[in-house]
Ligand binder design. Sequence first.
Ligand SMILES: C[S@@+](CC[C@H](N)C(=O)[O-])C[C@H]1O[C@@H](n2cnc3c(N)ncnc32)[C@H](O)[C@@H]1O
Length: 203
Amino acid sequence: MADPISAEERRRKQAQQRERKDALRREMLRTMPHGKLSVEIGVWRGEFSQILLDELKPSKLCLIDPWGVQPDPDGGASLAGARSQDDMDRIYESVRERYSTEIAKGQLSVIRDFSLPALHLFDDQSIGFAYLDGDHSYEGVKADLEALLPKMIEGGVIMLDDYHRRGWWKDGVMRAFHEFLGANPADLRIKAIKGAQVAVQKL
Ligand SMILES: C[S@@+](CC[C@H](N)C(=O)[O-])C[C@H]1O[C@@H](n2cnc3c(N)ncnc32)[C@H](O)[C@@H]1O
């Protein structure tokens, strides 16, 4: 059985890490496009969505996530607490409940689907800011970046989480991102890098 003190210590450390990461993301968001149609791909419990609303004041924020049980190479470590489809259904409902006021006002919508079919719903050159934090595999990030690019307005920014090699995805996020830059050498520029966050702007 796990030692209750070390479990408590682990939770405290995780909370501290989350606070540090959120502070860093908030700071970075202040330099990102404000007041535009924005999307978050990979929403989980919708905690970062509130920070996006606070900092970007988007014309509308669209939250995209299938909220489905998926094979997790981390053995559940990255999505702790969601073991069954019932858990995911509850999390989805809690996100809808949390943002019910914004949904009613038309300031926020929730799209329960994978990123690629969801992005088909957007007009080309319509999105001002996208936060990419869904499928972290090389193939997933590559496909999402390719699908996002035509949807972004000129000056629009795509910001990625987990730009490092420490997770189960190994170099997947970095490799897909670097290839994306290489495939569009004259149309993209790095806007900011902080910690494991990287943001690229469409010119
Ligand atoms: C790391 S969590 C997102 C955390 C959230 N952005 C935050 O900062 O609080 C990853 C989420 O991506 C979702 N996801 C996985 N594959 C996806 C895909 N292809 N499209 C959209 N979301 C996906 C998972 O269901 C999970 O909720």
